[in-house]
Design a binder for this molecule. Sequence first.
Ligand SMILES: [Zn+2]
Length: 315
Amino acid sequence: MIPVQFSDTGSNGRNYLEMVDMTKKYTDFYRAQSLGRLNLNFVWTPTDAATKKPTILKVPYSATDEGLIGNCDKCDRTELMTRILSHTPVSWNLPSYETVIAMLDDRRISVVGVAFRAAAEYTNVNGAWNRPIPTPSGPIYSSLITTPSLIPHEMGHSLLGFIDLYDFNSPAQDFTKGWDIMGTGSTGQQSDSFFAWHKWISAWFDDNQVDCITATGTTVHYLDDLDTPNTLNKMVVVRKNATTAIVAEVRTERVVIYRVLMDAWGGSGPIITNDATTFKVNPKVGDTVTESGVKFKILDCRGGGCTVEVTNPAA
Ligand SMILES: [Zn+2]
């Protein structure tokens, strides 16, 4: 965690205690979301002898010129991040951390969050953000430049490899309809949670907690409350073809149904929640929701979970 100060912004150090509280909050958030399997440990820059606070990285340019105050759609954040990290001392040994955070906590700076991740799963993408960023202590493969509120979303990118679930064409539209912070942005809004799909691919629960349907016909599945740590079933996945899956999960007796497209990239709707299972609209017991031809009938809900009858028609 590197507090960054520009030539025209105040000292990040004055907010240090507030920031420590925030990192505790985000550690708790990720521990709960991962059902106890992800324990973050935020490490600050070495203590400054004069201030007794983490060393602030002072950079010789202004936040205004970098487009961090006010809006800036065309600013090259990868270039800015590369430049900021070029000022870090070798002794900080940045490549030894799983992700590096350049923290912009001056309140005059607009909400900014950009994650960088170089990883094997992005071989088909040619963005600057998915190449290692050179620093004096060596290249780093995972990092983010962010204001505090976007840390949970940006770490979803940088640490976990999740892609954006909001519409790049109209940023106000959240494809998850309130159920996943890769669509909603940050905690403090809507469900403040991640889809079961994200939790499954992160191994936050086990394969034997997933029912996978590949055959046509009707089957019945119990889905436990997603956010309760236990060994019960957490999701049912209907495999339509090599790149399309229809998923049902339950959040405290509320059934959520969505379509996953493995070949759609972030910003273009790789996961879209069914209109009948939004954060505000929920099916009742006895209702049937149809997604991409697959029918989900809610048979019963109690004790946090729901029993769902799934009918997978012939193609
Ligand atoms: Zn994002």
